[in-house]
Design a protein around this ligand. Structure first.
Ligand code: GLN
Length: 454
């Protein structure tokens, strides 16, 4: 009831929730009470969560914040949310996001932007919460849920977590099932939690992760007790500092927060090692080929026949065209055009195949440093603090918006786990985050090191 009241009070200003499900929340909470009374509490018994609108939850309107899914009500439940409910969690509603998870500011949503609950000390400007999981991050930061689900294809968990002073982890590719999550770029998409602190993130991920016969890329591997990793000593951990992440024009406050993180880990007994990931500078351009290519294929299913919106035409082809023209927003159309272009017969080798080769090189860079005994890498999570809504500079040039993902996309390209953890404030009093990148399936080391920073 407290969370529902908080949502009612704050959501009109923040726009974090696109659907609130009070009846469902109360029914689930009641069932939780009964289980608690019967002494059979699950790991998340009674914990109220918000769900990113990219996840299907049975009988609850789901739109991936796109006009093209108007009125769509899934008759199935995503595996990740099913796992959470099986552990006793309670659903509060669906959270705003960039349309089909394409964006870094939550401004591409059909439901309009989410407002970051944080403000700069020097201005009253509304700030973006980051994207694409902007609703998840803002809702957690504003205490409109105890934790939230999110997804990350190129940074969509970690960048919004960094912009809102919350913790977000993208686990290793394959750790969580993608079943029931609207696909953006299937070889990069992963689900993970956004939470108020590292311990909460560990508890949530433990519940979300599972192997799933409905997603053949999910991995059969025991899910460790992540919470036990929180509070372990970092003594003796070898933390790599990749020199290529010191990008040109990096603001002084980002350099400073990075140095602070290095100092803290060193003081706690970790060994700091300079390392090189030589192909880093190719990650962003390669990502913006691979991700749109997969998106253009995945989004072909929204044709006015099977889901949501249908705009009639004289024949079926015109119906497809009218539906897709009206249903998709500008950024999604841009991605579909880039994707079909790089996959077209004449350009496939020059762009898509090239990008896949670059992806392999990026993966090898990481394998080399981990092979050399590095346990985790420490980098900034984002190249800046949260920026203003409707920033003209960014709106006029999509590539500038893409540059926001410079520190996060490498992790998806290599399929590795990455966590964003708050590490202090910018000069104007807004949150800044650090990122830790780990070995495949070694989320535990990330929880340990992140807990030493937070
Ligand atoms: N900002 C990136 C993009 O727009 C990443 C999005 C994501 O991780 N879903 O593609």
């Amino acid at each position: 009831e407290a969370y529902l009241a908080a949502i009612e009070a704050a959501n009109p200003a923040l726009n974090a929730y696109v659907t609130v499900t009070p009846d469902k929340a109360r029914a689930m909470a009641k069932a939780s009470d009964e289980r608690l009374a019967g002494g059979e509490a699950g790991a998340l018994e009674g914990i109220p969560l918000g769900i990113k609108d990219l996840f299907a939850t049975e009988g609850v309107h789901m739109q991936a914040c796109s006009h093209v899914l108007d009125g769509f009500e899934p008759r199935y439940e995503s595996t990740v949310t099913a796992n959470l409910w099986a552990d006793g969690a309670v659903m509060l509603g669906k959270l705003n996001m960039d349309e089909f998870a394409m964006g870094s500011s939550n401004e591409t949503s059909h439901y309009g932007p989410v407002i970051n609950p944080w403000r700069r000390r020097d201005s009253n400007l509304d700030l973006v919460p980051g994207g694409s999981s902007g609703g998840s991050a803002a809702a957690v930061a504003a205490m409109l849920c105890a934790g939230a689900t999110a997804t990350d294809t190129g940074g969509s968990i970690r960048q919004p977590a960094a912009f809102t002073g919350t913790v977000g982890i993208k686990p290793t590719y394959g750790r969580c099932s993608r079943w029931g999550i609207a696909a953006f770029a299937s070889s990069l998409d992963q689900a993970g939690p956004i939470a108020r602190d590292v311990r909460d993130a560990a508890i949530l991920l433990k519940s979300m992760a599972s192997v799933d016969p409905k997603d053949t890329t999910s991995v059969e591997r025991e899910v460790p007790d992540y919470e036990a990793a929180v509070g372990r000593s970092v003594k003796g951990l070898r933390i790599g500092i990749p020199r290529e992440y010191r990008v040109e024009g990096m603001p002084a406050e980002i350099e400073a927060v990075w140095q602070r993180g290095i100092d803290w880990l060193k003081a706690a007994g970790a060994e700091i090692v300079d390392v090189s990931l030589p192909h880093t500078k190719y990650a962003l351009p390669a990502y913006y080929i691979v991700a749109p290519a997969e998106a253009s294929s995945n989004l072909a299913r929204y044709d006015g026949v099977r889901y949501g919106l249908r705009v009639p035409g004289r024949d079926v082809i015109e119906m497809y065209e009218n539906t897709r023209a009206a249903g998709f927003g500008r950024e999604v159309k841009r991605r579909i055009l880039i994707g079909t272009y790089v996959l077209s017969a004449g350009y496939y080798d020059a762009y898509y195949i090239r990008a896949q080769k670059v992806r392999t090189l990026i993966k090898r860079d990481f394998e080399t440093v981990f092979h050399d005994g590095i346990d985790a890498l420490l980098t900034p999570a984002t190249p800046s603090a949260a920026f203003g809504i409707a920033d003209e500079d960014l709106a006029s040039d999509p590539v500038k918006m893409y540059l926001n993902d410079v520190f996060t996309v490498t992790v998806n390209m290599a399929g590795l786990p990455g966590i964003a953890v708050p590490a202090g404030l910018s000069e104007t009093g807004t949150p800044l985050g650090l990122q830790l990148i780990g070995r495949p399936f070694d989320e535990e080391t990330l929880f340990t090191a992140a807990a030493a920073i937070e």
